[in-house]
Design a protein around this ligand. Sequence first.
Ligand code: GTP
Ligand code: MG
Length: 155
Amino acid sequence: DERTFVMVKPDGVQRNLTGEVITRLEERGLKLVAAKFMQIDEDLAQQHYGEHEDKPFFDDLVEFITSGPVMAMVWEGADATRQVRRMMGATDPAEAAPGTIRGDYGLDLSQNVIHGSDHEDEGANEREIELFFDEDELVDYARADEPWVYEDESH
Ligand code: GTP
Ligand code: MG
């Protein structure tokens, strides 16, 4: 199955939305394989958002993402990167559909609660996972509901 990198951003942590984000992904059938509660330093922030280094909002983005703790995670499932992006909603919470995480909780372009790897950027998920986690921090296990989630005929 595919793995994707997800992060509850500083605004999400401060507003006590970490559990809500985890619950939504869990209940959708995605499997948590790694998690790290941490504060991102400037160097890591610049690497993580390197694709945006020439954008006018880059300095604000780095400042915001390093402004408080985040919950960095790896989630696994069929088509996981695209599914998480669908659940996140549009980048700008004002445009994000109700029912999506950003549509329900996001405040503005910076304070949009969650990051997920870009499904249109080939390999972004693997690059981001590698940036935040060592291989031995990814836990390999079966979740009890997998036969239901994947419609295994054995249940
Ligand atoms: P991430 O999951 O955080 O990467 O968001 P995204 O993939 O939906 O959007 P994108 O990668 O294009 O932008 C990264 C982050 O930069 C966004 O989450 C926003 O917080 C911020 N951002 C994007 N566009 C703008 C903008 O036009 N102005 C400002 N101030 N921030 C922006
Ligand atoms: Mg992005």
